[in-house]
Structures are given as C-alpha cells and as structure tokens.
Design a protein around this ligand. Sequence first.
Ligand SMILES: Cc1ncc(COP(=O)(O)O)c(C=O)c1O
Length: 402
Amino acid sequence: MKKTKEENNRRYFLKKCGLSTASLLLPVAGIKAMPLLELQNKMANNAKIPVNFIYDGLAFSPQEYLEKLNEINKKKPIEPDFYGNGGVTKLIEEEFATMTGKEKAIYLPTGTMANQLAIKLLNENNTKVIVPENSHIFRDEADAAQSVHNKRLIPVGKGKRYFDLDDLKSAIDYTNNNEVFKSGLGTVVIENPVRRADGTFVPIDVIKDISKYCKENSYKMHLDGSRIHIASAFNNISLSEYASYFDTVYISLYKYLNAAGGAILCGDAKIIEQISHQIKILGGTVFQSWNNTSMALHYLEGINERWDEVVIKSEKIITALNKLNGVSITSLKNGTNIYDLTLSNEISLKKLAIFLYNEHNIWLGRANDKGIVKFTVNESLLTRDYKEIIDAWKKGIKHAMN
Ligand SMILES: Cc1ncc(COP(=O)(O)O)c(C=O)c1O
C-alpha cells in the first residue's frame, strides 16, 4: 500500500532518531549532540506544537520558523539591517542596552565571538584572563583566546560547579607567587547559569563578592550569560541587576529567544564601539541578520512574564508527575530548568518516550549512564494544556509497564 506523506516523514524521523529500530530515545546530551535536523523533520502534518523536555527553547523546524517570521512580519513589516546596521537589528541592540542598563549593545553572529572579543578588549594589554574551568570559554571555544587573541586563560574551580572569591584569590596568589614573569591579570569571567553543571546558577552573593573584589583591584569582569534569562526567572533577579556586576554581558539569541543563531554583547560604549571592526577582522560581518534579530526581538518581548508562567506550570506538572507510581523528578541544588528524572525498574523509559512522542508529540530525552534523564522545561510547556500533558504521561506510564 502506498504510504502517505505524513507516514513517510514520520518513518524518516523515527529512523534517523533510532526510534524505529526501537534502540534509542530522543537524545539529551546537550544541544550540540542533537540530531536537530532530524528532529526538525518531524511530522509535517502534526497540528500540535511539540512539548519538548529536551531543549532550551522551542526547537522550531524550518517550516515553523518561516511561519513564525511570516506572522511577525504580518504584524509589523520587518525592517532589514544592512551589514548589521539599522533595521530590526538596531532595535534589538537598543532593547538589550536598556534591559541590561548598559550604554550600548551590539549583535554578533555567535556567542563564541562575543565572549572572545569581550575578553580580548577588556583585557587590553594584559595577558591573563581567569575563567571557570567548566566554562564554555575554557572548554568549548577551541583555544581561541590563546590562538587568535594572545590571551592566556587560567582555569579556576576545577571539580566545582562555580568558583567563589576564595578560589579566585588563591588562584591569583598562586600565579603571583609562583611565576617569574608577572604579566597582568586583566579580566575575570563568570558563566551563569553553568551549562556544564546542568544549568545551575551561581549564587548572587558569590557574584557580588567577586565583583566587589575585582573593582577594588581594577580587574574587569565579563559575564557569559548565554542563558541568563533562566537564571533571572528561577532566582527573581533582574537582567539589569546581574549586568550591574559586570563590565560586559553576552546573551544568546538562540537559547531562549528562538532565533536560528546570534548573540548580543552589552557594555560601555568604549568597548562596544570597537566590536564591529573586530567582527569584520574575523570575517564575521554578515550582510543581513534580520532573520535572527526579528525572531529574537519577538521573543524578548514579554520573556519575563512567560518564564514566570513556565516556572509555575512546571512546578505544577512536576508535582503531578511525582505522584505517578515509579516516577521521580528531583530538582538540582541551585537549579534552574533542568531536573533529574528517574523511573522505577518496571517502567521502560524507551517505551514511555516512544509512546509520548508518537501519540502526543511530547519529546523526552534519553537516560545517562546512571539511568537519569535530564528533564528540561521550557516555553513549549505553555503551548499545551496542563491536563493534557499529565493525561499523556499517565497513559504513557501504563503503556510502558514491563
Ligand atoms: C554557556 C555558553 N556560552 C557560549 C556559547 C556559544 O554560543 P554560540 O554557539 O553562539 O557560539 C554557548 C553555546 O552553546 C554556551 O552554552
């Protein structure tokens, strides 16, 4: 019998995800490891927006992205930028400068570039930059600071989720007392929330202590706030308060603002005004970026209110799911939107995930080697009725009993 287009799309998706061979669940190990293209090729005719317990954001398919842009454009025609100047790109820069309380903000094609240029410029002629050992800057930016910008990264806080003032002071004392050539320390970086610590946040008092000390000692401070919106949502600390402790702040446009890519860097005019030249030097000046900035600006509006709702709704959902036999969802210390999900032995995670995906377009990640699923909540929760989500899980658990 001839298969419908829907069936074919579905089979392709399942095959790519390994679900058709019943061997794998949707992966969870972090965005970079996701077969996102495959995920985005999901059922074209499925009317329901997926509720995903995997990603930072809504994980639009290309079709959904285009439809959303169309909707935004219909409301108010999108004004394009020209090599990053003007149009909607200027609007989002102004909005972020206001929200962070900084003099200026600038759009960059990637967060990696934003981080690297911030530390390069803040550091001036100093060579040393202190970074968290588990940070994106230290572990995931391909040694750009050393190989492109002639800055030496000094990792602090190995084995910890974040470093505190004592860790920072001992790292500084150590280099001062044990190195013959005393090139300067110029900048201290904090990442918040911490991606490699399951999105846990750095307590505000730790940030305050470090910031005060850095000011007293004339060290600059940069915040990798790629996901700062969720630290705000789960801590009730505004973006402007967080930003006030730092000289520069980077925020991703694709983690929680659903753009296809892009980053914003905010800071003093003295630094930000040097950035566009630096982007050009690195070959990163893009003809037009409105496709990212219009999407991000759309989702920036009302982000705090929506995340307040996500926090309340996810608490309600987690409480209800924890009442189901064999389901345990626990929060992490200083956690934001990632929880640990474990199932009792009688429940097959594989069956549950496939059922939720097939029957309800609810996406669940796979377990790590300890049997824990990193259960992530995001704005996709707001697209579905609470009762519908809980009912789907109830049916799923029943179906998945061994
Ligand atoms: C904490 C953190 N900082 C920076 C980045 C870099 O962002 P981009 O992919 O835009 O270079 C990422 C991306 O995963 C991140 O998680």
